[in-house]
Design a protein around this ligand. Structure first.
Ligand code: ACO
Length: 327
């Protein structure tokens, strides 16, 4: 039987680190406020590297680690809410740079659920005889620092830049596989979290300057959304998978806020030790956060082949998504 295997993971974050104390030099905030409410201690911030560059660095690492020829990749997806441009897609820029000339490439825009949505799209492409994709590169990458209003302390302290990704391959009789998923979109709640909003301005008549607006968020609403909808999404996926929550080895959740993760663990009545976190170091990196954490756990050998892992994201849209894999 053909199954999908996560072959390799890799990550890249910009070198510049901005601590909570650094932020308190430029806005009215403190390490105590930020870390007690969010768990964030620092974040990496890009200096002149755009999203495609972060993703390109991940792509290079993935090729190095796997020994794959770029030309053997059939599909290249970048999940991002902070692309370099409206067009070309960030995935197309990466495809061109690495010379993956047999791959089709496009971006998935589902904010902090983007990587999970990307996994689902990849699974569909890999399962369809029309497309026959055997090898997929999926990267979540963000330069959120460019859509942050650095004078707004209510959002500026939360986010960070980074990219991470994985290579997926269809293999015969691999023990690894995608088990089940659950995706939902709540478009009626879209205004609870917005970034990069543009206006429909034309020169006929000339009405003003075209602007891209920074992050705005109803923090409390997003908090409520996440702590209610993520457990439901996980329970739905687990039921489809025919496994119990107790059989899940690790829950790798989007790193938006340590309190959200803690609350979700409580709702699911699962030990917090099964919910690893790295938000202290990176902040909220949106579509990059799940693969960044996954790569860290694989690199430090916390995750082992054969384990059942729940990957779950939530964010702008509003969106929520869960994918269960046997790693
Ligand atoms: N430093 C110091 N004080 C601050 C800061 C700051 N950075 N930000 C806000 N405050 C103040 C506010 O002005 C307010 O002061 P007031 O009481 O005098 O009016 C006070 O702190 C409390 O503000 P709240 O917004 O009510 O703080 P809350 O306890 O709700 O925490 C937070 C805010 C951390 C954003 C929380 O609502 C949250 O975690 N929400 C989830 C948001 C999230 O994770 N979003 C990302 C997910 S989606 C995605 O990933 C793209």
């Amino acid at each position: 039987m053909e199954t999908i295997k996560v072959v390799k993971t890799a990550s890249y974050v910009p070198a510049k680190v901005v601590t909570n104390d650094d932020l308190s030099q430029i806005m009215d905030t403190s390490d105590e406020w930020i870390s007690s409410r969010t768990g964030i201690k620092q974040r990496h911030v890009s200096v002149n590297e755009n999203t495609s560059q972060l993703c390109f660095n991940v792509a290079k690492l993935l090729l190095e680690k796997s020994g794959w020829d770029a030309a053997s990749i059939d599909l290249l997806i970048v999940a991002t809410m902070s692309p370099d441009s409206y067009t070309p897609a960030t995935a197309a820029l990466v495809q061109g740079k690495i010379g993956a000339h047999n791959a089709i490439a496009f971006d998935v825009s589902a904010a902090c659920s983007g990587f999970i949505y990307g996994l689902n799209v990849a699974e569909k492409f890999m399962g369809s005889s029309n497309t026959a994709c055997k090898r997929v590169m999926l990267i979540g990458g963000e330069v959120l620092s460019k859509v942050i209003d650095w004078s707004d302390r209510t959002t500026a302290v939360l986010f960070g830049d980074g990219a991470a990704g994985m290579l997926l391959e269809q293999q015969d009789d691999s023990e690894s596989r995608f088990i089940a998923s659950s995706l939902h979109t709540y478009g009626e709640l879209g205004d609870k979290l917005e970034a990069g909003k543009t206006e429909a301005l034309t020169a006929f008549p000339m009405t003003g300057e075209h602007q891209i607006k920074a992050f705005s968020m109803s923090g409390r609403d997003v908090y409520k959304f996440a702590t209610h909808k993520v457990p439901l999404s996980i329970e739905e996926a687990v039921a489809k998978a025919g496994v119990t929550l107790d059989q899940v080895d690790y829950f790798v959740l989007h790193q938006a806020n340590s309190r959200i993760v803690t609350q979700i663990a409580k709702r699911l009545e699962q030990p917090l030790a099964k919910f690893p976190m790295n938000i202290a170091e990176y902040g909220n990196t949106s579509a990059a956060s799940v693969p960044l954490l996954l790569d860290e756990l694989i690199t430090n050998k916390t995750l082992k082949r054969g384990q059942v892992i729940v990957l779950s994201g939530f964010g702008g849209g509003l969106t929520v998504g869960t994918q269960i894999i046997k790693y």
